[in-house]
Design a binder for this molecule. Structure first.
Ligand SMILES: Nc1nc2c(ncn2[C@@H]2O[C@H](COP(=O)(O)OP(=O)(O)O)[C@@H](O)[C@H]2O)c(=O)[nH]1
Ligand SMILES: [Mg+2]
Length: 690
């Protein structure tokens, strides 16, 4: 592919609710700019964006694809993102490396929840944005209604820069308010605005000029004096109000038929900043913050926003150059990993293809194969001029599953596979739970986990079984108790003898404490470490329910030894048994983790959310309402929160979010603890029978 200089590049995210037509829009953009001879179809799995086998199978986008579109001597890198909430991480990573977002709505459905979420991230990340009302040719398409549904939600004012030339089956083209011309079909040729739309267009144009005048003071002055601006001034002013996120231009299209697609490109080139004119990014350098402008001769600063590992194709690293240039056959310093990487070939990604180039310029998005250690969110730079680029904030993964290998062979591969998966995806985490001895994978929802597991199975050939994770309960005691145990085996051969008397008492400030309080030398203190060893085994394995014991003080206060038969192992057994018995006598209970949960939901869902929390043993700490949103703070046992992601989504239609952290542990109420204890007792009995 041709090389493009910084001012000829645009990086634009396509974001919306799933199904608004982003992927098909990309097909149309490629086709109507002459890059492809025909448009692919979702139904046939033939689009440039959705090339992954899982995407083809599900007929939805799961990963961001880069679709570069060459037009008017420039290149627009479209980042086609998935719309489903579980994959919001892909949208965040894409926004991180783009200068603008085109937010789509389906002209029949209007604003949908996935689009609300995309708009919220646009605001959070300060992204210049367009609203594209798509599928205008559909029966029941309604421009005004769709526009109103977004305006009601958006904190940025909408300003039409186009009007639809007809609607539904009559949707012929777009009336462009920037040039005050009408464009039929894909929009190659301009014609006069049809008479029946003239008045409406004049009125909309007046509003557009007024919005543009807000762009800067001289424009405003001129506008107030003369009541008019030239076409260039309108574009200049609008570009400014778009860049400052004061306004969101509104456009129309039907990706499917190609109507409006070229005018979309024209408007992007006019109004969305190129990397050269965008805000400088702030990197962390040796001597503090450094502002980086997208310039070829600036210090090298490259951000890795996406990586994919594939055992057949190898590793692919997608990066965005913030400053400097990257050439094929060169070396680059990975500042995050503190190591050098070799760059062989570089390319411009287009779906699954990589179109080779020799040099990539500041502002561009490229792909390199076979970087060994580089993972998503790393910064690459010049070793002599170290820089670290900021990483965006991702939602925390709160949907957990426990993973088990299907076969012995799988168990050896699980760790390395999980390592690969989380390296690619900033919203996926895994760890081994030391208490429950389970391998836990955490993601944003069941679909997210499902896709990750399928990826592990198909790409890395690892068989995985999923279970609901166990909560890491703890056993503890509520009162003091004493017990003794005599371990005696003195029939035939060498004998064993050890007797231990001990007392357990609850403590709150420590997990465990041990004291040797034997007076008069009934037992030699040299057996103390063996006794402790016996106790430690029980502490780990638990007494009543198989969970670790904590919050116990043990005092060994008496015992007996035999001059010949006493040996360490005998005292270890005696210590273990005595401790077990003492714990059983000391009012043992289970403790559970209690989470501090913050839930944000639309105000109208508040009642349902509270009602549901009541069934989850929640204690409400606070409630606030602000701008139509309510925030509930509550402490809730972790056990009750395991599948809350799914519940909250269904109560709020996907609009609710929550986060949580460990607050404290508390005693599990008897009616909940008993079944857990019973299950454990049964399990132990079964084990004995085996
Ligand atoms: N009627 C109509 N259907 C469309 C249009 N664009 C896309 N579609 C269909 O809408 C569905 C979702 O499209 P897709 O591009 O996958 O949406 P995405 O999830 O936003 O990427 C597919 O069945 C498309 O064929 C359009 O302009 N008009
Ligand atoms: Mg898609």
């Amino acid at each position: 592919m041709k090389e493009y200089s910084t001012d000829k590049i645009r990086n634009v995210v396509l974001a919306s609710h799933s199904g608004a037509g982003k992927t098909i829009l990309c097909e149309a953009l490629l086709h109507f700019t002459g890059a492809t001879t025909r448009m692919g179809k979702i139904e046939d799995g033939t689009t440039a964006s959705d090339f992954d086998e899982e995407e083809i199978r599900r007929k939805i986008s799961l990963y961001t694809s880069v679709i570069p579109v060459e037009y008017r001597d420039s290149k627009i890198n479209f980042l086609d993102t998935p719309g489903y909430t579980d994959f919001i991480g892909e949208v965040i990573s894409s926004m991180r490396v783009a200068e603008g977002v085109v937010v789509l709505v389906d002209a029949v459905n209007g604003l949908e929840v996935g689009t609300e979420i995309a708009l919220n991230y646009c605001s959070k990340m300060n992204m210049p944005r367009f609203l594209l009302i798509n599928k205008m040719e559909r029966e029941n398409a309604n421009f005004q209604k769709s526009l109103a549904s977004v305006q009601e939600f958006s904190d940025v004012r909408l300003i039409p820069v186009q009007l639809p030339w007809g609607e539904k089956l009559e949707f012929k083209g777009v009336i462009d308010l920037l040039s005050m011309k009408a464009y039929k079909g894909d929009g190659k040729t301009a014609e006069e605005i049809p008479a029946e739309f003239k008045a409406e267009a004049d009125e909309a144009r007046a509003k557009l000029v007024e919005a543009a005048a807000e762009g800067d003071d001289t424009l405003l002055e001129k506008y107030l004096d003369s009541g008019a601006l030239t076409d260039e001034e309108v574009i200049k002013g609008l570009a400014e109000v778009v860049r400052s996120c004061s306004y969101m231009p509104v456009l129309v299209s039907a990706g499917h038929t190609g109507v409006g697609v070229l005018k979309l490109l024209d408007t992007i080139l006019d109004l969305i900043p190129s990397p050269a004119s965008a805000e400088a990014v702030v990197a962390e350098g040796k001597a503090g913050e450094e502002k980086l402008e997208a310039k070829d001769n600036g210090p090298l600063a490259v951000y890795v926003w996406k990586t994919t590992a594939d055992p057949f194709v190898g590793k692919q690293t997608y990066f965005r150059i913030y400053s400097g240039t990257v050439a094929a056959d060169s070396r680059i310093w990975n500042q995050t990993k503190q190591m050098e990487e070799r760059i062989g070939t570089i390319g411009v990604p287009r779906g699954k293809e990589a179109l080779g180039i020799k040099v990539a310029h500041a502002g561009d998005i490229c792909i390199v194969p076979k970087l060994t250690e580089t993972s998503t969110s790393n910064t690459l730079c010049d070793k002599a001029h170290p820089l670290t680029l900021p990483i965006p904030e991702y939602p925390t993964a709160l949907y957990s599953v426990a993973l088990f290998p299907k076969t012995q062979g799988d168990s050896t591969k699980i760790t390395s596979t999980l390592h690969r998966l989380v390296e690619e995806d900033m919203t996926l985490k895994w760890y081994n739970d030391g208490t429950t001895l389970q391998t836990i994978l955490q993601g944003l929802g069941d679909q997210h986990i499902d896709v990750a597991i399928r990826r592990a199975e198909s790409k890395f050939q690892v068989g995985i079984i999923l279970h609901e994770p166990k909560v890491s309960y703890q056993e503890t005691i509520t009162k003091s108790a004493s017990a003794m145990h005599r371990h005696k085996k003195q029939t035939g051969g060498s004998g064993q003898f050890g007797e231990v008397h001990l007392k357990v008492s609850p403590i709150t400030d420590k997990e465990f404490e041990y004291t040797w309080d034997v007076f008069g030398g009934a037992v030699s203190q040299s057996y103390s470490s063996s006794i402790q060893k016996g106790i430690a085994t029980v502490m780990k394995e638990g007494v009543i329910a198989g969970y670790p014991v904590s919050g116990v003080h043990v005092s060994v206060f008496d015992g007996k030894e035999h001059p010949v038969d006493s040996k360490p192992v005998a005292f270890e057994v005696a210590g273990r048994k005595a401790f077990e018995e003492a714990v059983r006598e000391a009012g043992p209970v289970l403790r559970e983790p209690i989470m501090l949960v913050h839930i944000t939901v639309p105000e109208i869902n508040m009642g349902d959310v509270m009602g549901d929390l009541n069934t989850r043993r929640a204690r409400i700490q606070g409630m606030e309402t602000e701008k139509g949103h309510s925030v509930v703070t509550a402490t809730v046992p972790l056990q009750e929160m395991l599948r809350y992601t799914t519940t909250l989504r269904s109560i709020t239609g996907g609009r609710g979010v929550f986060r949580m952290e460990l607050d404290h542990t508390d005693v599990v109420p008897a009616h909940i603890a008993q079944p857990i204890i019973d299950a454990r007792t049964k399990e132990m009995e079964n084990r004995k029978e085996e």
